[in-house]
Unconditional design. Structure first.
Length: 96
């Protein structure tokens, strides 16, 4: 489906989105950062973000095959909004 470089780029992009959104959530919600839950949050969130990257890649592949390659804005929307929803759900599960 995808070559190694494309998959690796998706994994990196997923990790970067997770990291940026996590920092924003910690600043906005003002959750204490230095605690053991935070370590496990980043550990589990980073591990699962690889699976989420694969899920989004397969969804984007279906969009490119079935619809039209000109739907690149939908691919960006899936990345940005999808990773935010994923990060927010993991954050809420750990810190509420």
């Amino acid at each position: 489906m995808y070559d190694f470089e494309t998959r690796f780029a998706a994994y990196k992009r997923g990790f970067i989105y997770f990291l940026i959104y996590s920092i924003v959530l910690f600043l906005v919600i003002s959750e204490p950062f230095f605690q053991i839950k935070t370590f496990f949050y980043f550990l589990v969130g980073t591990a699962i973000s690889g699976a989420v990257a694969v899920l989004f890649m397969s969804l984007q592949s279906r969009i490119e095959k079935n619809l039209n390659p000109n739907f690149w804005i939908l691919n960006i929307f899936i990345d940005v909004v999808g990773y935010f929803i994923y990060t927010y759900l993991v954050f809420i599960l750990f810190f509420s």
